[in-house]
Design a protein around this ligand. Structure first.
Ligand code: ATP
Length: 194
């Protein structure tokens, strides 16, 4: 079984690529989904998060953890972000490892991990695919998808490391600066090379 890591900066098109892979019948796990699921439904993780953010407003009206409120806290403070990551990252890694084990009868499986290089997970994968798009295009897509102002979108884009280093560390790059049809062709071309 080949384990393929899929990564890329914000709004580059990772989810769009993932959906194309799923449509082609491949098994794909998504680190963002694992995080969302943990924050919403995993009692142990929820408890740990409540403990590390004790005294801070992190819940919504129903008493559930608010990803928006937590997101704001960790976006504004590296210390708080690291605390959250110390809980979430081991959980994500564990889920991906279990996914690989339970899908080991497949020839190729994919894990979409936005922070693959930042968390230094390269060794978990046989090959890494980087989804790339110019900053101007990512900005436009992010504003449209999230209803962000230009400032909000730029803030999120600038919070990440640039693509250059990550592209160098990747085995394949999918350039997603064109149409969805072109993206689909690029994805199929890379699948043939895996
Ligand atoms: P994030 O890092 O925020 O999770 P992502 O890398 O998963 O983002 P997507 O959500 O796949 O990115 O794409 C960002 C937005 O751009 C989406 O609204 C998607 O529909 C759109 N998009 C992706 N690729 C193209 C394309 N080639 N042409 C037009 N729109 C696109």
């Amino acid at each position: 079984m080949k384990k393929i890591g899929l990564t890329g900066n914000i709004a580059s098109g990772k989810t769009t690529v993932e959906n194309m892979l799923i449509d082609s019948g491949y098994k794909v796990i998504d680190a963002d989904h694992i995080c969302h699921e943990a924050i919403c439904n995993n009692a142990e993780i929820i408890e740990k998060i409540k403990n590390i953010f004790e005294g801070k407003d992190i819940t919504d009206e129903a008493g559930s953890l608010s990803r928006k409120k937590i997101g704001k806290i960790v976006f504004e403070s590296d210390t708080e972000r690291k605390k959250l990551e110390s809980i979430i990252h081991p959980h994500v890694i564990n889920k991906i490892e279990k996914f690989f084990i339970s899908n080991s009868e497949n020839d190729i499986v994919f894990a979409s991990v936005p922070l693959l290089f930042e968390i230094k997970l390269e060794k978990m994968f046989d090959k890494i695919i980087f989804v790339s798009a110019t900053q101007a295009i990512r900005l436009e897509r992010l504003m449209k998808r999230n209803n962000f102002t230009k400032e909000e979108a730029l803030q999120r884009i600038s919070a990440q490391n640039t693509e250059d280093d990550k592209i160098k560390k990747s085995d394949f790059v999918i350039f997603n600066n064109g149409t969805v049809d072109e993206l689909s062709k690029n994805v199929n071309d890379i699948i043939k090379k895996l």
